[in-house]
Design a protein around this ligand. Sequence first.
Ligand code: ATP
Ligand code: MG
Length: 209
Amino acid sequence: MRVASFVGQKGGVGKSTLARVLAVAAAHQGHQVLIGDFDLEQLSCVEWAAMRLRQGVEPEVEARAFKSLKKLRKTLEGYDLVVVDTRGLADELTEDISKESDVVFLPTGTSMDDLRPTLALAKRLAKTKAVSNKIVIVLSKTGRSERLLEQAEALISEAGFDMLNAVWPERDGFQADLDVGRAGSEASNPHLKLAAQHVETAMLTLALG
Ligand SMILES: Nc1ncnc2c1ncn2[C@@H]1O[C@H](COP(=O)(O)OP(=O)(O)OP(=O)(O)O)[C@@H](O)[C@H]1O
Ligand SMILES: [Mg+2]
C-alpha cells in the first residue's frame, strides 16, 4: 500500500484536481484506490466522486472524508494506493500526512506569488528527515509562456527540490470534465487527453514506486 499526498500553502493551485487525476489514472490501471479528503470545508473530491457515481463513469473511484490521520490509518487496508487531498493551508496535519506519505506533491503556479509560499513550505517540510526525500513540486495550471515555465523550473532546482517531469497545463476543458465526474485523461478532447496522460504517467510512477 502506498500513500501519495497533495499539500500546499496556497489555495486554488490544483491540489484537489491533481489528486483526482492521479486516482483516476491508478483506477484505470486496475489498482484499488481511495481518495482521503481532508478538506472538510470543500470536500471537492468527495463531491466529485458522488457526481462520478451519478454520471455512471467507470471505474468507480472511492473518496471519503477524514478529519484525522488516525482515522485514515484504520482504513488503509485493502488499498493499493491512497491519495490524500488537503486544505489550502499548511498546518500540523500537513506535516503528519507528509510523514505518512511515500510521495508528497506540492502543486504550484509559475508566478512568484505561488512559488514563494510553495518553496517556503517545501523547505519547512524538508527539515523533517522522513519527508525531505519525498517532496515533488508540480507546476500546475501553467500558461503558455515558455519563459515563465523556465524561470519557475530554474528557481525550483536552485532551491534543490525535485519537480515532476510533466506540467499540468491550464485548460478550461479540464474544469468542464471535473464538473461531470471525470478527470485528467478521461477528457474527450484529444489534446487535453494527451496533456493529462503525461502528468498521470509521471505522478503514477512516483506514487506507485
Ligand atoms: N489545468 C487546469 N485548467 C483549468 N482549470 C483548472 C485546472 N486545474 C484545476 N483547475 C481549476 O482551478 C480551481 C482550483 O483547483 P483545485 O480545486 O484543484 O485547487 P486546490 O489547490 O485544491 O484549491 P483549495 O486550496 O481551495 O483546495 C478549480 O476550479 C479547478 O477546476
Ligand atoms: Mg482543494
